[in-house]
Design a protein around this ligand. Structure first.
Ligand code: SF4
Ligand code: SF4
Length: 113
């Protein structure tokens, strides 16, 4: 099981959740952050600090945000645009820093005016 970062994070990404995560499993793309589903230990510490309610326990995702469960996993399991290999399980986000790339779902989200 895992927590999931969904659509409200897009173009906000203030990183408040990152400071709370005890296992450094919240990775930064270009327009959103993503929780690694295998590295997350389900502690729930990130969820209450998000200012836009973007973080959900996977079973509690509203129906409209369900696609983000698979999308967080996809960020690690599939090659990202411009990167040859999937990220896999890096074992920590800090050492990678901002990756500057997103899943197609996040990248296709309309940009703010
Ligand atoms: S706290 Fe919320 S808005 Fe901020 S980076 Fe984390 S998920 Fe995104
Ligand atoms: S639930 Fe805990 S382990 Fe999982 S991403 Fe949030 S802070 Fe990190």
């Amino acid at each position: 099981m895992t927590y999931v970062i969904a659509e409200p994070c897009i173009d906000v990404l203030d990183r408040a959740c990152v400071d709370e995560c005890p296992v450094d499993c919240i990775y930064e793309g270009e327009r959103s952050l993503y929780i690694h589903p295998d590295e997350c230990v389900d502690c729930g510490a990130c969820e209450p600090v998000c200012p836009v309610e973007a973080i959900y326990y996977e079973d509690d995702l509203p129906a409209a945000l369900e696609p983000y469960r698979e999308d967080n996993a996809r960020f690690f399991a599939e090659p990202l645009p411009g990167r040859g290999e999937p990220l896999g399980a890096p074992g920590g986000a800090t050492k990678l820093g901002a990756l500057g790339v997103d899943t197609p779902l996040v990248a296709s989200h309309p940009k703010p005016e």
